[in-house]
Design a binder for this molecule. Sequence first.
Ligand code: HSE
Length: 299
Amino acid sequence: MIRVRVPATSANLGPGFDTLGLALSLYLQVDIEWSDSNIIEFAGEGVQNINSLPEHNLIWQAARRVFQAAGRQPAMKLSIHNEIPIGRGLGSSAAAIVAGLTAANELLGNPLDKKQLLALAVDMEGHPDNVVPALIGGLTVAMEDNNEVYCQKVDFPEDISVVVVVPEFELSTEVSRSVLPQQIDLKVTVNNLQRACFLLASLHNRDFSNLDKAMDDQIYQPLRKQFIPGFDQVINAARSHGAMGTALSGAGPSMLAFCSAGEQERVAQAMQEAFRNAQVKSRVFYLQADNKGTEIQII
Ligand code: HSE
């Protein structure tokens, strides 16, 4: 049996739309083995909404893509344990895709290399910024060129904690992307370019003094906040209670804050209260960056 463990991810990190991503210490675990018929067992986050038909499961679909690429059609049993909230901007679909691809690839004796797996993952997900950190871990930069995906991994400072506040409602990436413009103003583009580069350089140099400004974004947050009651108040609450930087996590609706040790609870409580004032119930996750990415065990 093969066991894979894939981290949750937060994409964009403010200015790095469809480019930056961070793997987080919250996991999807999948056991895969040959079987006489297709079977899926599921436990954990999202269990109440799971469609038990294997064909409707993203992990199963991803595994199938690898089997097809290898010219095989075997039946399999998947045992899934999920900690990642679904449809909340924490990379649950990217984790499912990466889990299915890597588990099936290992089961077949690794016919595909990491670059081929990444290409398949981006093809299934539609953008690279969640699947890249889910696969390789850490803080990542993704670049697409001529249908190829290139990525770099940057060490994320270990002393930064990540608070994620997860509203009770789901927001689909499709809806969240539907409000984005086809064209972007030059000033807005330059704003985000400056900040994305500044953010990376600040984290690399461990100078956190202007992370808050560096995590501002003008491309998508101003348009997406219509879906998130209390968005501005949550950001302001995090800032005024000591967060180093805050952003919408991926396509939302979760909100993320970078904090120094000891500040997490104060920041999280303030963010939750701002959500409560906007009639939104939420949960808090106290996380760290995951620097390992997908881990594979043969059991
Ligand atoms: N970069 C993508 C977006 C991430 O913001 O739409 C979606 O998970």
